[in-house]
Design a protein around this ligand. Sequence first.
Ligand code: LIP
Length: 275
Amino acid sequence: MRDNRTKPAATKPMLAAAVKAARSAGELMQRNLHAAKKVTEAVQHDIKLELDVRCQKRIGRLLLTAYPEIALLGEEGVDGDPESHYRWVVDPIDGTVNYAYGIPHACVSIALQARTRPDQPTKNAPVDFQTLIGVVYDPFREEMWTAMRGQPARLNGRTTRVSQRANLNEAVISLGFAKHEDGLRKMLPQFQQLVPRVRKIRIMGSAALDLVYVASGRMDAYLEAGVRLWDIAAGGLIVECAGGDFRWRLVSGGTLFQVVASNGKLNRQLQNFFQ
Ligand code: LIP
């Protein structure tokens, strides 16, 4: 067993492994977009599919074969050593409800994180990890966003940057209406406050794509009040590496996140929404 505590920071082979795994899961998504889908759980504001599990298994098989010492924390379960220095954070299908309904706006999100306190391997709070690699893949548009901490974000290999729009009245802002009642209650007032002040509001149903759309200047900000780590870890790093601002804090007992991500020029005007 390699002692990954002596390993360097994230490497290009690690990024390549995440890209390969994202493409593999994306191929499964693409192939089954119009197929009948087996629903494993359906609640008022969310659906889970058997394909979520199949996609995560495919991702896990590739990543754990390449890096057996790195644990995997995914929406569909955990694999590997929970005290490992690194961990993959995986949402096999982000935008599951869109995908379940045949709406081709969903993606694969894979992040690599490293412990910020290697001497305390049993601590697993979000602050105990830093995201080093982010990969978000939209198989329907064949768009692959990638980022390694400290380097420019890329879209299909080309550098991508946030927008320069600095006025809220010209901004396109995406809001996420999560599955939890608490998050819904928080987002409705934000919707009402923002809609008269911005160019347009968009509610697209995929946090990871909302984040990478901010990174590529297609949107100017994204706000949500109840998402999971695997929804945002990869996209948050990609926003930061694209020159944007990614703010998050734990809410609802420490398992959900409130997020405000922007191009960095709207922070002052959006500050009141991060509370
Ligand atoms: C989704 C997020 C979205 C949120 C949904 C859901 P999933 O993730 O991407 O932003 O509003 O409630 O959490 O469940 O499709 O992976």
